[in-house]
Design a protein around this ligand. Structure first.
Ligand code: EPS
Length: 346
């Protein structure tokens, strides 16, 4: 079973994360991990922090001569903007962020104490461990990608870009929808025997844990709500060379909480970033008087980056489910276990 823990504030010394449960014998490519981190920083509409940080992971533990030991993998990504002790106090909570709820929950007098950890900067850790999980999954020809489906309701590249430019001009922000697809996933990951073992529940939960995500769909998603069963359930077929297959994939590769061998397809909605340069109404937490929300350096649109983070969140769950089914001590044993399984089901 995979376990991970992350720590670090947006303007603290570093973002650190530990990934426990990966097998021994996996060659880790640091260049590949850093390439994923660079993808996270990209996208039209990203903010000025992305010009400051050049996120690179430093492997602290769990690896010898570039190969995993089966012990916890510790990673550190330093913050070039290490300024937490000298940043100004924040006293007007931003609608949509953790500011007010966090202030009340933890009893702070400065919203900065909330936003430092609530910041989307924490997704650096998600992508660092997600990159490692991708490297593991690719040993079994499982590959994960993402694409932006819409921004501000527009779906063509040109119109999406126009929406972002319009948001910049209006000192506003804009959200959208991205899709993650996992190919090569074998039938049999996850299980219906317990709610917390259902693969769809685990995937949806991990995608939903990305800051700013407000909806997750699998396959046809809410489309099922406006259809008859005869229109949407994926009819089953069989062929000598492919074995069991489906004529359609409305289920998005998961039935009964178990991967069914089709592509796993997820869609998620990333809300518009909460910091607006033309701020919304809020309340000064000291005077309780009406005030404009705080303005923090931020992005105009992060939907493309959210797709990259969504890939990592998906990779983590699929790697966890894969290890749960085929063992997790050594890559060599897992490969043998997988070979025997594929032979049996074919
Ligand atoms: C981000 C880091 C943050 C923000 C942004 C994304 O850095 P800073 O606050 O120093 O600019 O730019 O965070 C948010 C959009 C948010 O709402 O928390 C990052 O690394 O992705």
């Amino acid at each position: 079973m995979l376990r991970s823990l992350s720590a670090g504030e947006s303007h603290g010394k570093a973002m650190i994360t530990i990934l426990e449960g990966l097998p021994a014998g996996l060659k880790l490519d640091l260049f590949r991990i850093n390439k994923e981190l660079k993808r996270r920083q990209s996208g039209f509409g990203r903010g000025k922090r992305m010009q400051i940080e050049k996120d690179k992971a430093e492997i602290i533990s769990g690896v010898k001569a570039g190969v995993t030991l089966g012990s916890p993998i510790g990673l550190s990504i330093r913050n070039k903007d290490f300024s937490i002790e000298r940043l100004k106090k924040v006293i007007c909570p931003r609608p949509g962020h953790a500011d007010l709820a966090g202030l009340m929950k933890y009893g702070f007098s400065d919203i900065r104490s909330v936003l430092e950890r609530a910041s989307a900067r924490s997704t650096v850790s998600t992508v660092a461990i997600g990159a490692i999980c991708k490297i593991f999954l690719e040993k079994f020809n499982i590959r994960i990608s993402s694409k932006v489906l819409c921004i501000g309701g527009e779906t063509s590249q040109k119109a999406m870009r126009r929406q972002i430019i319009q948001a910049v001009k209006a000192k506003d922000t804009v959200g959208g929808v991205f899709e993650v697809v996992a190919k090569g996933v074998p039938v049999g990951l996850g299980s219906y025997v317990q709610p917390d073992r259902r693969l769809d529940a685990r995937l949806a939960g991990n995608i939903m844990s990305i800051p700013g995500i407000k909806a997750v769909e699998i396959g046809l998603g809410c489309g099922y709500g406006v259809s008859f069963g005869s229109e949407v359930h994926d009819q089953i077929c069989y062929s000598k060379n492919k074995g069991y297959c489906r004529k359609t994939n409305n289920a998005g590769g998961i039935e009964g909480g178990i991967s069914n061998g089709e592509n796993i397809i997820l869609r998620a909605c990333m809300k518009p970033i909460c910091t607006l340069i033309s701020p919304l109404d809020s309340v000064n937490i000291n005077t309780k008087k009406l005030a404009k929300a705080a303005i923090e350096r931020s992005d105009t649109c992060v939907v493309e980056a959210a797709g990259v983070i969504g890939e990592s969140a998906t990779a983590y769950i699929l790697a966890d489910a894969f290890l749960e089914k085929f063992g997790s001590d050594s890559l060599q044993d897992i490969k043998e276990s997988y070979r025997i399984y594929l032979k049996r089901i074919s």
